[in-house]
Ligand binder design. Sequence first.
Ligand code: PLP
Length: 481
Amino acid sequence: MSQLIFEKHSFNDASWLPSPAGASEKILERIPSRFLRKKDAELPSLSELDVVRHFTNLSKKNFCVDTHFYPLGSCTMKYNPKVLDSIAASTSYSQIHPYQDEEDVQGALRVFYEMQGYLSEITGMDEFTLQPAAGAHGEFCGLLIASAYHRSKDHKKSKVLIPDSSHGTNPASAALCGYEVVQVATNAKGHVDLADLKGKLDADVACLMMTNPNTLGLFEEDILEIARRVHEAGGLLYYDGANMNALVGICRPGDMGFDIVHLNLHKTFAVPHGSGGPGSGPVGVKKNLIPFLPSPRVLKTGERYVFEKEAPHSIGKLRSFYGNFGAIIRSYAYIKALGKEGLRAVAENAILNANYLKVKLERLFDVPYPGFCMHEFVLSARKQKEKGVRTLDIAKRLLDFGVHAPTIYFPLVVEEAMMVEPTETESKETLDEFVRVLESIQREIETTPQKVLEAPHATPVLRIDEVRAARNPDLRFRPAR
Ligand SMILES: *Cc1c(COP(=O)(O)O)cnc(C)c1O
C-alpha cells in the first residue's frame, strides 16, 4: 500500500479532493489573506455527534403543521404541498439575482407578470403589486394608496372606519398612515351594524376597512349596501383579504365593490408560515387607483417583460427589490396546479370542515353567533368560566394532547373567545379527534379542574408567566426536562 493514503488531510481546505470537473481548486487561495483568520477560532470543544444530537433533539420540539393539528383561527395554518418547496429551491429560481439585467431573467419577470394577472382575476381587481411583505404591510400600502388618491383629488380626509371585530393590524396601519381610527359596532348577528355605520360615515372618512368573511367567520351579507354608502360619502372600501380562503373561486371582493384589496399569499395560497414569516401581501386596486401603486410594476411590451420605467403618481417603493420571490413562486405554482376548479375546492372544503366542527362543538361550548359559518368560527368558554376554568387554561391543556391552541381572546367582541379554523387540508379523522380531545377536557373541567388549571403537563416548558416571558425571554434549552 502506498505511503500516500496515510497522509493527514484537513476538511478545512478540501483542495486534495478531486473536483468533479477534474481540476482541483484551492479555495482558500482565492480569498485575500487579510480576510483569513490569523488564529484558530475559539469554538467550544464538542464532538460532531454531540452537536448533531443537540440540534436534532431541539428540532423535534418544534410544533408545526407537519407534526400536529393547528386550528389557529385567522392564521390559516393549512398544509402546503412539499413540491412547492422544491420548485422554489430549484437553482433556476434560487440562483438569480435582482440586479441581473431584465433580459437575463425574463422567466422570473413572467412569473411576476402572470401572478399580477391571476390575482386580479381571482379577486376581481384591475391591477396588482407584489411588493408588500405580508398582510399588515399590504394594509399600510393600501392606505398609502388611498391617501395619495384623496390628495390627488384635493379631498381632505382624516378618518378611517374599522369594525370593532377587526384584526389589530387594521387600526395600527391606519394610525401609521396618520388617520384617526373610528370603530364601527357589530350587531347581534355578528355583522357590521348598518345604523352605526351610517352615523359615522361623513365627508372626513377616507376609507372603511373590512374583512369578508369577518373575523367571526361570518359573511357580511350587506356588503353591496355598505359599498354603496361608503362610495356615496366619497370614501374608499378596503378589503383585508386574510380570509380570502373562504371565497377563492366562489366570489370576488372586486364584484362586491371593494376598491383596494390585500391578499396574504401565506394564508390563502401556499407558503409555509408561522414564527414570523416569510410572507407576502400583494395589493390589488381598481382602475382609478392604478397610478398610485408602488413602483416598479412588471409590464409586458410585445413578447418582453419589463419593469415600468415611469410612475409619477406612485407611492414609491415599499421594500427592497420587487417582493418576496420565494413566496410568490410557490403561490404561482399552487394556483397553476389547482386551476379554477381546485381553487374553488379550497374554499368549499375550508367551509365544510369549519361547519362540521362548529356543529360538533356546539354541544360543548357557548356559540355567540349560531348558524352557518364560513371557514372559521368563534366559540365562547363563558360556561366553563363559571366553573373556574378559562379559555387560556383550555388552550394550555390542548397542548398536552398534541393540538395547537385555537386563537384565543380574539376577536375582542366575544367573551372568553376561542377562534377555530380547521382549514381545508385536514381529514375528518383529525377533526373527530379534536372533538374527542375537547370532550375529555370538558370532563376534566367537571371532575378534576386542577388538571386543566395547571396545564400544560407534557410540554418542554410548563405554564409560564406570559408577560414576563415576553419582556424577559429566557431561551436556554434545558435537556433535563
Ligand atoms: C393575519 C391577518 C392580518 C395580518 O396579516 P400578516 O400577513 O400576518 O401581516 C390582517 N388581518 C387579518 C384578519 C388577519 O387574519
